[in-house]
Ligand binder design. Sequence first.
Ligand SMILES: [Zn+2]
Length: 344
Amino acid sequence: MRFIRPVRPVKKVYIHISASDNPDHDNVATIDAWHKARGWAGVGYHFFIRKSGQIERGRDLEKTPAAQRPFNRGTIAICISGLKIDKVTKAELASLVDLCWQINDAYGGQITFHGHREVANKACPVIDYKKILGISEKGFLAGKRPKGIDIKTPDDVSATDPHQAPEMSVTSLQFGQRGLQVEVLQRQLVRLGYQVGTIDSNFGNRTRAAVLAFQADNHLITDGIVGSATMEAFDDALPRQIGDTRQTASLATLAEGGSRIADASIKNIAAGGTTTVALLTGVTAEFSDTFQNLKSQIEPIAEPFGGTTTFMLIALLAVVGFMTWQSIRAGRARTQDHRTGKTS
Ligand SMILES: [Zn+2]
């Protein structure tokens, strides 16, 4: 097999393992059937390497893979056949090395190589791919192309499904942490409809709030810490259901819930109303702060025109009316965002 780079921009290669040692599953057709059963457009990997070392083509290289969500864009996905580390063959690893070096050469070394587990809480691809391929700290194929294949690997690797089981060293994520795992978490939250603000790889207050909401929605312990139970829940969780209360939320309920914009909007609308009524009825004793502010600003302008009360009345009504209208608009937008789940 000769690798020819696709036109689509590619920056990274991800390596996976198929999660089965069953000889019937040792082919791309089976993976294709599995992935179709998941509702995908067929096999999510571009290459499947059989135990014999034969490299089979999967998804069209010009297409984005479906393999390591949410990091599929700009990647090539390779899957080796197997589950238990001691059943992975030298032949398939030799083919993996060959394929990866071909890709590396095709990109002039400007491409990085990763295991699925780098971006997911999974053991995939189980093998010590960094050592086998000679991957540098930054993910590049450093040095010379390895000659022999050494598949000696730690014996403590579990033989459970690498795509289902949490990784051996499960690390929990919590407030204050930073890094790629946090970014993965943030993307998962956003994908499921939980807002985290900017995706910044930083587990801050908003991410914590989103985790708490996710935990509450999924009947998990609401501690804001992403441990194995919460991580596993992400795989099966459905996008956030937008509740009835949310859809029928009004400005008033939002203000009660602590939305400052909604609160300010209500106060301004009320102020506008009071001021208008005050002006129209001539009751000037109970002027709101808003009106007093406006009055002091408008008086100097009105002065050259004789400072007539008629001019002031019209000017004030216009300004107050405009402000009230703006407040109503801001309030409406805020309520809409809440109803559609854009904000909390
Ligand atoms: Zn994988």
